[in-house]
Design a protein around this ligand. Structure first.
Ligand code: KG4
Ligand code: ZN
Length: 347
């Protein structure tokens, strides 16, 4: 049994969690997430403000996670911290604090890739959300389609060539005058919209596509965003049209995600498809994916919203896997704005 503290500060959530377990039998002892609401005022994350807010909250957030787990620093076997990808100034707060704790208690330190954390999130709640599976990681900064043969062994099938899925939601929300971050607002508005009024082209989805095509698993959302912008400009009354535009946008984006995930699950004969990242909160997407692949005998796993969006429990969960495989970070662990997910095997 390993008890591990996870720390996450890559963007605008200060989070800490304590997990205990071995292999895939892991219990979440605590999870504290402090969201920095201040960025709503600016319509997006302001990096300098994010770093300062992490500095103010990291100590009480970690203390709270330890006390909710009924433990102390003296009873931890390891400390895990997100060190990439993300805002460097924000990441550095967690990395520095994690290093200081590990050094002062003389316990192992692990650096975790944020997207690998998202990959492990569903496993915290669903016993069967374990490899092999097809993974669709959809967040504010990334869109990754992976074939996961085993933990730590990932085949990157496709990624976005421009905007991430969450970024597209946020930008379209802004165009429609909705608050930041806009994903949930678009989903709510789209539910009331007419699906027939605005039909946007499905990006990179052709009926005659074959697996050898370069864009068979790839994503691109900037053209869709431009199509929405044009629809908004052409509208004589955006207030009246905005629910229908949101519906048209979300339908096009979801169709693309579902099509690519279904292609991957089929090509690699995976019975499970696991979603992760903030956009995995979108129930319309999960429902559409289920409708598409459940008749093929496949199961869809989504984390609950608290674990789908940024949190430290998923970071600690990914770190437990690496800890058990003997991996350790040195005190020279650094923060990086971007880097490939670890464990990539040739596609
Ligand atoms: O994973 P996450 O919390 O942070 C990053 O690592 O980026 O994802 C945040 C993203 C935002 O773009 C937000 O708009 C999106 O997740 N999101 C949603 C929904 N809830 C959050 N997108 C679509 N539908 C939702 N219900
Ligand atoms: Zn994230």
């Amino acid at each position: 049994m390993t008890r591990i503290l996870g720390i996450e500060t890559s963007c605008d959530e200060t989070s800490a969690a304590v997990l205990e377990g071995t292999g895939d039998a892991v219990a979440q002892e605590s999870l504290v997430i402090l969201s920095q609401d201040v960025h709503r005022v600016f319509g997006g994350v302001v990096p300098e403000i994010a770093s300062r807010a992490h500095l103010t909250s990291i100590v009480p957030v970690v203390d709270r996670a330890l006390s909710e787990a009924g433990t102390t620093l003296d009873h931890l076997e390891a400390i895990a911290v997100t060190n990439t990808p993300g805002l460097v100034g924000a990441l550095l707060v967690g990395v520095s604090y994690g290093k200081a704790l590990a050094f002062s208690r003389d316990i192992p330190l692990l650096g975790v890739h944020h997207m690998e954390g998202h990959l492990f999130a569903a496993a915290l709640e669903h016993r069967d959300a374990v490899p092999p599976f097809t993974a669709l990681l959809i967040s504010g900064g990334h869109t990754l389609l992976l074939d996961v043969e085993a933990w730590g062994k990932y085949r990157l099938l496709g990624a976005t060539r421009d905007d991430a899925a969450g970024e597209a939601f946020d930008k379209v929300a802004k165009l429609l005058g909705l608050p930041y971050p806009g994903g949930t607002y678009i989903e709510q508005l789209a539910a009331t919209g007419d699906p027939k009024r605005f039909k946007f082209a499905r990006p990179m989805v052709r009926r005659n596509a074959t697996p050898t095509d370069e864009d068979y698993y790839a994503f691109s959302f900037s053209g869709l965003k431009t199509a929405v912008l044009n629809a908004v400009r052409d509208s004589t009354n955006v207030e009246v049209d905005k629910a229908d535009i949101a519906r048209g946008f979300q339908d096009a984006l979801i169709d693309t995600l579902v099509e690519k995930a279904a292609r991957a699950a089929h090509a690699f004969s995976r019975q499970r498809v696991v979603l992760g990242g903030g956009v995995a909160c979108n129930r319309t997407l999960a429902a559409a994916l289920r409708t598409r692949i459940e008749p093929e005998g496949r199961t869809v796993f989504t984390p609950s919203p608290r674990l789908a969006t940024d949190n430290a429990a998923m970071i600690a969960r990914a770190a437990l896997f690496h800890f058990e495989h003997g991996e350790r970070a040195g005190l020279d662990l650094n923060a990086y704005a971007s880097s490939p997910i670890p464990g990539l095997v040739a596609a």
